[in-house]
Design a protein around this ligand. Structure first.
Ligand SMILES: Nc1ncnc2c1ncn2[C@@H]1O[C@H](COP(=O)(O)OP(=O)(O)O)[C@@H](O)[C@H]1O
Ligand SMILES: [Mg+2]
Length: 247
């Protein structure tokens, strides 16, 4: 179980997160909110890349700080920023990150094939990343996060820049992999998560505006679609229906 307790983060005088509390158990969670809501900040804190000003993150009751490398070993993270090595092939990139994750050498080649197939990159895995499209780079980033079958998978805007077909493919793969894991997906696109998430977490200006199952949210807000709930919470202008919206 992942517990986030009273997490607060300020940049200067501005709160990026304020008193965030969450308890995540097995399943897919959708972290929904417009740009600037604090999604990436929260994910950076959960992954241990950023220290909160206040509060703590616990994995099965133990603070992250005490877990160290054991936590990193069971964590998969696809950050929002693409920092890929253009001079590497996809295979070399995955091999490099797999080694950092301490995936046993014997298992690494097969693991690379598996995750490349997950994101439909098998054909391009020996090409240089510099020749990849934006969508292909995004899929490689998701593949590296999935390597080693992590118990906690954190995906920050994973479908940004993907065409609708690949969006659906990734979504279905996430659904398939979700058993026995915690998967947290940040997005501002309702359709990315509404059919796969056990709970939707609405993050608004650094605070949790609401959290529940899609069905419970729809009934509480008297809404036929989750988009209406999103609109109710964030306002009309924040709604993002477009499958091909760019980021
Ligand atoms: N490194 C930083 N320095 C200053 N402000 C930041 C930094 N990172 C994020 N912020 C601010 O914190 C808020 C939340 O940002 P972020 O977590 O990136 O939101 P989201 O991922 O939901 O778009 C925004 O107001 C953003 O401008
Ligand atoms: Mg973000």
């Amino acid at each position: 179980m992942l517990e986030i307790q009273e997490v607060t983060k300020k940049y200067g005088k501005k709160y990026a997160l304020q008193g965030v509390n969450l308890q995540l158990t097995e399943g897919v969670y959708g972290l929904l909110g417009p740009n600037g809501a604090g999604k990436s900040t929260l994910m950076n804190i959960i992954t241990g890349n950023l220290q909160p000003d206040d509060g703590r993150v616990l994995w099965n009751g133990t603070p992250l700080k005490s877990l160290g490398v054991d936590y990193r070993r069971m964590l998969g993270y696809a950050p929002q920023q693409q920092g890929l090595y253009d001079g590497f092939t996809g295979r070399r990139f995955l091999s490099y990150l797999g080694t950092l994750k301490e995936i046993p050498k014997k298992a690494l080649a097969a693991e690379i094939e598996t995750v490349a197939a997950y994101v439909n990159l098998t054909e391009k895995i020996d090409s240089l990343i510099g020749t990849y499209s934006g969508g292909m780079k995004q899929r490689l980033l998701i593949a590296q996060a999935m390597m080693g079958n992590p118990a906690l998978l954190i995906l920050d805007e994973p479908t940004a820049g993907l065409d609708p077909k690949e969006r659906v493919r990734i979504r279905e793969k996430i659904r398939e992999l979700s058993k026995g894991k915690i998967i947290l997906i940040a997005t501002h696109v309702v359709s990315d998560v509404q059919s796969i998430a056990r709970e939707i977490i609405f993050l608004k200006s650094g605070e949790i505006a609401d959290i529940d199952s899609v069905e419970a949210l729809k009934s509480r807000y008297g809404a036929a679609h989750l988009e209406e709930v999103y609109m109710e919470i964030f306002g009309e202008e924040a709604v993002c229906h477009d499958e091909t919206d760019s980021l």
